[in-house]
Write a protein that binds this ligand. Structure first.
Ligand code: NAD
Ligand code: ZN
Length: 362
């Protein structure tokens, strides 16, 4: 059964998010783009290539005049301008022009990198997202944020560039390593926390089925997370206001990710950041201790870490300040007015942020 959501801008449809349990439906979806005389380049990483490239290539070959492949080594450390440069060279050598297309087959690293190349090559060409990690299916493939890391700075170079299609094959979740699945759960739980208490409760109730990767339950979960992300990005496509809620857990999360030299997974750092931000919300009197404890237990039950060791507060605070989420010199921090209701705070003192960090620091 195929499920579909349409992401709009000012009421006009921009792209569909299509959910399936195979890659077969890609052919029908791409028919709408009339690619018979066009080229497509599948951008994928070394792990995903060995699992899904042959199948996707076979299907795309039925829709396009030529299918090219660009494979880069898996891992966040390759989400950088060096890889983008190699991709540009590949596209130039293969004579890709403005009417050709890129297809990101993989997780958030692939989607962010391929999307950025698509945003900038020849001042912008079309691309589609075929997300294969939970994190990319529920979060990074939607919304058009693309980019790469620069030096030690995460997502420091980027562009907004909407995909023409997001095609999710839920079955790819079945090959995902356990820690990657729980990393995706960090963003899923975040969706409930910022926007939808009932969804957060549903996640807790369906914990066993989710962790067993029952595809019917995962489909409901991915669909609801997609609805939440879609609603937020539609209201605020370029992050002027409400989209900032999606950064819940990310301010301290990004600092930890950076100071741990990207050895901890993104969604795990986000989970930690959510627990810390919940504690700060308690200090501010907008969240109860019971709710903050509940958030921590939920993270644990979905196999997310809730503590981190060997970090020095001064370095964490400096990293927090150098994160992009600053406005007029103040850290823009997303907090909770209770579970399911996020707000932005610009007034946190260093001591308040430190208290949040200490709640997750060993
Ligand atoms: N653009 C956005 O809005 C946005 C939002 C959230 C996160 N992100 C970015 O997303 C990135 C993290 O994404 P990610 O967690 O998907 O990481 P990832 O792309 O590195 O994928 C994680 C690992 O899983 C492997 N993999 C992918 N699919 C697989 C499958 N089906 N089976 C087995 N292995 C598979 C990959 O090769 C990789 O080793 C970060 O760079 C983060 O900054 C972007
Ligand atoms: Zn994230």
């Amino acid at each position: 059964m195929k499920e579909r959501l349409t992401v709009c801008r000012d009421g006009d449809p921009i792209y569909d998010i299509c959910m399936e349990t195979s890659f077969e439906g890609l052919k029908e979806e791409l028919a709408a783009f009339h690619l018979e005389k066009r080229k497509i380049c599948i951008v994928t990483d070394s792990n995903v290539a060995s699992l899904y490239l042959d199948k996707v290539k076979e299907i795309l070959s039925q829709c396009c005049s030529m299918v090219s492949v660009f494979i880069f080594p898996a891992g966040e450390e390759h989400k950088n301008l060096d890889t983008v440069r190699m991709l540009y060279e590949h596209l130039i050598l293969e004579h890709f022009d403005r009417k050709d297309m890129l297809a990101a087959l993989g997780g958030g690293v692939t989607g962010d990198l391929c999307g950025f190349a698509a945003a900038t090559y020849l001042r912008g060409i079309d691309f589609i997202q075929i997300p294969t990690t939970l994190l990319s299916q529920v979060d990074s493939s939607i919304g058009g944020k693309t980019g790469v890391d620069f030096a030690d700075y995460k997502n420091m170079v980027g562009a907004f560039h909407m995909p023409r299609l997001v095609y999710t094959n839920l079955e790819t979740l079945l090959t995902l390593p356990a820690e990657q699945f729980s990393s995706g759960m960090g963003e899923v739980i975040k969706h409930g926390l910022i926007q939808d208490k009932a969804y957060y409760e549903w996640l807790k109730e369906h914990r066993d089925a989710v962790m067993a990767r029952d595809l019917t339950t995962c489909r409901q979960m991915v669909f609801r997370s997609n609805e939440i992300k879609k609603a937020v990005v539609e209201k605020d496509p370029t992050e002027q206001g409400e989209r900032a809620y999606l950064n819940f857990g990310h301010t301290l999360g990004h600092a930890v990710e950076k100071l741990k030299n990207f050895t901890m997974l993104h969604g795990h750092c986000v989970g930690l950041g959510c627990v810390a931000a919940a504690r700060i919300s308690c200090l501010k009197g907008t969240l109860s201790e019971t709710e903050a404890d509940d958030i921590k237990h939920t993270m644990v039950s979905f196999e997310l870490p809730t503590t981190v060791d060997s970090l020095i507060w001064k370095e964490v605070f400096d990293a927090t300040k150098s994160d992009k989420k600053m406005e007029a010199g103040k850290v823009k921090f997303v907090l909770l007015n209770g579970i399911g209701d996020a707000y932005v705070d610009h007034s946190l003192s260093e001591d308040e942020i430190r208290a949040g960090f200490e709640a997750v620091s060993l």
